[in-house]
Ligand binder design. Structure first.
Ligand SMILES: [Fe+2]
Ligand SMILES: [Fe+2]
Length: 275
C-alpha cells in the first residue's frame, strides 16, 4: 500500500554545506536592520529545539510505515533535520558568543516547554504538531524562494544558509504529514494542534527577538518596530503572504504536495551550479 503522498519520482537526500558566518553574525547582517536581523536570528535560535521535537515525534511512529518510498523519505527527513539542527546550533553558539546574548535565558523556557509537552501531550498529537509546523515552515520558505525579496540588502552567506535550509524543508514537507496519516491521526487533532503549534512557535520567536533587541538597546525603538512590522505584514509582507496557504492545512483533503513547488528546488540547484 502506498503511504507516501509525494510525487512518485520525488526523492531527496541531505546536503552538507559549510558556512563562514562569524563576521556577519557580529553585526546587524540584514541591511543594518536590528529588527530583521533579530527576526532571522530568533528563528535560527528556535530551529534546533523544533527540529529535535520533529525528529523525536516522527521516530516514534516509524514502525507504522510499510511503503518503501515513505520509509526512505523518513530516513532522509531525519538526516536533513539532524543536519539543520547541528548547523543552526553552531550558528547560534557563535551568534551568542560574538554578540553577547545569554544562551541560557534564551533556551530555558523552550527546554521546559519541550519537556512539559513530552510528558503531557500524547505522541499522536506531538506528531500532529510536527506535521503542522512542517507545513508552516514549508509555506514560509516557499514564499521566501518564490519572491526572492526576503534578503534584499542582507549578508549573502546568511541568505545562503536560509535558502539551503528552505530547499530541504520543501523536499521533505510531506513526510511528517504522511506519517501522521499512516498512524491514523484524526482531522480534529490536526486542526486543533495547528493553532496551538503556531501560537507556541510565534510567541517563542517574538520572545527571543525581544531579548535580542533589549540586549542591543533597540527594544524601544519605534523606528525598528515599524520597519519590522512593514517587513512582516506590508512589504514584502512575509507573514501576510503566507496566510492563505497556511490555512489550507485546515482543509479536510489537504496534502502538502497539492502545491507542487519542486520547480523552486530545480531553480535553486541550477543557480548553485552556475555560481
Ligand atoms: Fe529543518
Ligand atoms: Fe522540516
Amino acid at each position: 500500500m502506498r503511504q507516501s503522498g509525494s510525487p512518485k519520482e520525488h526523492s531527496f537526500s541531505p546536503r552538507r554545506p559549510s558556512f563562514d558566518l562569524e563576521s556577519a553574525l557580529a553585526h546587524d547582517w540584514h541591511g543594518g536592520s536590528a529588527f530583521r536581523t533579530a527576526w532571522f536570528n530568533a528563528l535560527s535560535m528556535m530551529s534546533p529545539y523544533g527540529e529535535r521535537f520533529f525528529i523525536d515525534s516522527v521516530n516514534e511512529f516509524r514502525d507504522r510505515i510499510e511503503d518503501p518510498q515513505l520509509k526512505s523519505e523518513v530516513q532522509a527527513f531525519l538526516m536533513q533535520e539532524t543536519n539543520h539542527l547541528h548547523q543552526h546550533k553552531k550558528v547560534n553558539e557563535l551568534l551568542c558568543s560574538v554578540r553577547g546574548y545569554d544562551m541560557r535565558a534564551i533556551e530555558e523556557p523552550i527546554l521546559s516547554r519541550a519537556e512539559w509537552t513530552k510528558k503531557n501531550v500524547p505522541a499522536i498529537r506531538r506528531l500532529a504538531g510536527t506535521a503542522a509546523n512542517e507545513h508552516l515552515t514549508a509555506v514560509l520558505v516557499a514564499d521566501m524562494l518564490r519572491h526572492n525579496d526576503s534578503f534584499i540588502g542582507a549578508d549573502p552567506g546568511m541568505a545562503d544558509l536560509w535558502y539551503w535550509h528552505g530547499i530541504e524543508e520543501i523536499e521533505h514537507k510531506s513526510v511528517a504529514f504522511d506519517v501522521y496519516q499512516a498512524a491514523e491521526g484524526s482531522l480534529k487533532d490536526r486542526r486543533l494542534v495547528q493553532i496551538f503549534g503556531t501560537v507556541f512557535f510565534l510567541s517563542g520567536t517574538f520572545r527571543i527577538l525581544r531579548l535580542m533587541l533589549k540586549h542591543d538597546g533597540k527594544l524601544w525603538s519605534l523606528r525598528e518596530w515599524l520597519s519590522g512590522f512593514k517587513f512582516l505584514f506590508v512589504k514584502p509582507g512575509v507573514l501576510r503572504r503566507a496566510c492563505i496557504p497556511y490555512f489550507r492545512f485546515l482543509q479536510k483533503d489537504f496534502h502538502p504536495w497539492h502545491d507542487d513547488d519542486r520547480y523552486l528546488i530545480e531553480e535553486w540547484e541550477a543557480k548553485r551550479q552556475s555560481s
